[in-house]
Design a protein around this ligand. Structure first.
Ligand code: FES
Length: 87
């Protein structure tokens, strides 16, 4: 599990191992545009302000992944204990 911090509201949400970030956002009533929900289309791209994503999509390039400044909440997770996102 890891903590997902929503920078705009200051809320901290817990993402359990069996949940996706998108599941947790939906439960919290936070809207993110989505389409494929499989890490392919790039629709859900979200800015990361702090922490290190664990990229599981096939949309970002290696260079983009290495920047740690955006991720795909429909399928990607966090490598760090805390991920602060621009939501
Ligand atoms: Fe398509 Fe997330 S919804 S990459």
């Amino acid at each position: 599990a890891f903590q997902l911090v929503l920078a705009r509201s200051g809320r901290t949400l817990r993402v359990a191992t069996e949940q996706s970030v998108l599941d947790v956002l939906r439960e919290a009533g936070v809207q993110v545009p989505v389409s494929c929900e499989q890490g392919i289309c790039g629709t859900c791209i979200t800015r990361v302000l702090e922490g290190q994503p664990e990229h599981r999509d096939v949309f970002l390039t290696e260079d983009e992944r290495a920047c740690n400044d955006r991720f795909m909440p429909c399928c990607s997770r966090a490598r760090s204990a805390r991920l602060v996102v621009d939501l």
